[in-house]
Write a protein that binds this ligand. Structure first.
Ligand SMILES: [Zn+2]
Length: 470
């Protein structure tokens, strides 16, 4: 029986879906104003692992992850880049998809963009108005009235909310709203900022209201799991909870799941500390599976401690699994190791205990190595069990030789492999073998190579090198 830690109750609880074998999960997605960093990588790899495991457990999962494509940072960045918000967000969404695909993060069932649901957001705010939870501030913004919801603070604990209230009380904004904790539902736009017409004037939605609206549209009033990084607990999820409970008269999330942040050399990762690492910069140094393996290795609720050597060490550890898989039949079916499978399941059922699961994978690798010494015919079945369990976590997808030969991703051997694959793909295209050509292209994408086909040439980008092939 799967147990998940619920932030709301502070306990591990038996997971019982609202609707038999259907699981509805909503995870707060990315605000697309810049490239994704490894903090995003950690959060979305964690929820990808959870979704994969729920599907493996037999649930039909409906996974929604929104995209915030309008907010102050987007407006500022677009202005600085001299491009429209739409051009910037389209570019960043493509980049995000590319980075997440590289990390083997499966796409959600739906990825709603805020700007496509403005009318639904306005409707949601009208409902809050009708129920007495919203008002217009002296600046013209529509605010949520926190005092109208007596449970405000239950998710992040009332004590924490009170502390924030005290901080906010000292701020100068207090005169613009009734209560220091009141937050924006609809914000008036300034001249030249993107705006949508509403009953309160031309403006744009606040941040929190988009998530309450999206999960209502896609999943209804009650959902099984609501997730996000732990930095979203307050104020974002606290405010979402207040809006949704007020609009729909009751509880709406069964389990709140929060993943831990990344700490770099004991400091929070941030641009101001200059310890900020984008996924694509990291993928210039390490293969995507090593990155995924490392970001999953700490329990999902804990802080990930990261320093410059973390990925190198993770790579060496992951290699041990691939060494066990070396010279085994990739087409074998899992055979043997039932005890390992049940141990894997019991660790996963215990609030997704990945460190425990990794130890199971290494025990299987040890078993394979022993079978190799004995020259047992069961090697292949056991190796297939290891691949099968690794795949549930989105790992062990490489060919073992390929993985082991490319210790440093920038090695000359890798460049030769890439060039050979591109030539192989060009030949396939000339012979109109489109499926084969697409397969090779996908393989290259997984290796971090971006191909650009022109009429008479193919160029590719990798590690910032742009090479022309005639
Ligand atoms: Zn959200």
């Amino acid at each position: 029986m799967l147990k998940i830690f619920n932030t709301l109750t502070g306990k591990k609880e038996k997971f019982i879906p609202i609707c038999s074998n259907q699981v509805n999960i909503y995870v707060c997605g990315v605000t697309v104003y810049d490239l994704c960093h490894i903090g995003h990588g950690r959060t979305f790899i964690v929820f990808d692992m959870i979704v994969r495991y729920l599907r493996f457990s037999g649930y039909k999962v409906n996974y929604i992850r929104n995209i915030t494509d309008i907010d102050d940072k987007i407006i500022r960045h677009a202005y600085n880049n001299n491009e429209t918000c739409q051009d910037l967000t389209n570019r960043m969404i493509n980049a995000m998809h590319h980075d997440f695909d590289s990390l083997n993060i499966l796409r959600p069932n739906h990825e709603p963009r805020v700007t496509c649901y403005i009318n639904n957001i306005i409707e949601f705010i009208c409902n809050l108005f009708a129920k007495g939870h919203a008002y217009v501030s002296c600046r013209g913004d529509v605010m949520f009235d926190v005092s109208s919801f007596k449970n405000y603070g239950i998710l992040s604990s009332n004590k924490f909310a009170m502390k924030e209230i005290n901080v906010c009380m000292q701020s100068t904004n207090i005169d613009k709203k009734r209560n220091a904790m009141d937050f924006v539902l609809w914000k008036m736009s300034k001249k030249d900022e993107p705006k949508w017409y509403s009953p309160w004037g031309s403006g744009r939605p606040g941040w929190h209201i988009e998530c309450s609206t999206m999960h209502y549209i896609f999943l209804g009033k009650k959902i099984d799991i609501h997730g996000g990084g732990s930095d979203l607990k307050f104020p974002h999820h606290e405010n979402e909870l207040a809006q949704s409970m007020c609009a729909h008269d009751g509880f709406y999330v069964n389990v709140w799941v929060h993943s831990g942040m990344i700490v770099v050399n004991q400091k929070k990762m941030s641009k101001s500390f200059n310890n900020f690492l984008t996924i694509r910069d990291l993928l210039k140094l390490y293969d995507p599976e090593t990155v995924r393996f490392f970001l999953l290795s700490t329990h999902y609720r804990k802080l990930v401690q990261y320093d410059i050597n973390s990925f190198r060490r993770a790579r060496l550890v992951l290699q041990k699994l691939y060494i066990a898989l070396r010279d085994t039949d990739i087409n074998a079916v899992p055979y043997g190791g039932e005890n390992f499978v049940s141990e894997f399941v019991s660790k996963m059922n215990d609030d997704f205990n990945i460190p425990g699961v990794y130890s199971v994978l290494f025990n299987i690798a040890h078993e394979i190595n022993c079978l190799k010494i004995k020259r047992s015919p069961n090697i292949h079945g056991m190796a297939a069990t290891l691949r099968y369990l690794g795949n549930i976590l989105g790992l062990l997808y490489y060919d073992s030789e390929y993985f082991l030969q490319n210790i440093f991703i920038q090695s000359d051997d890798l460049i030769t492999t890439i060039l050979n694959l591109i030539k192989y793909r060009d030949d396939a295209r000339k012979n109109k073998q489109w499926l084969l050509a697409d397969e090779i292209r996908d393989k290259l994408v997984r290796m971090g190579v971006i191909l650009e086909d022109r009429s008479n040439e193919t160029t590719w980008r990798f590690n910032n090198i742009k090479i022309k092939i005639n």
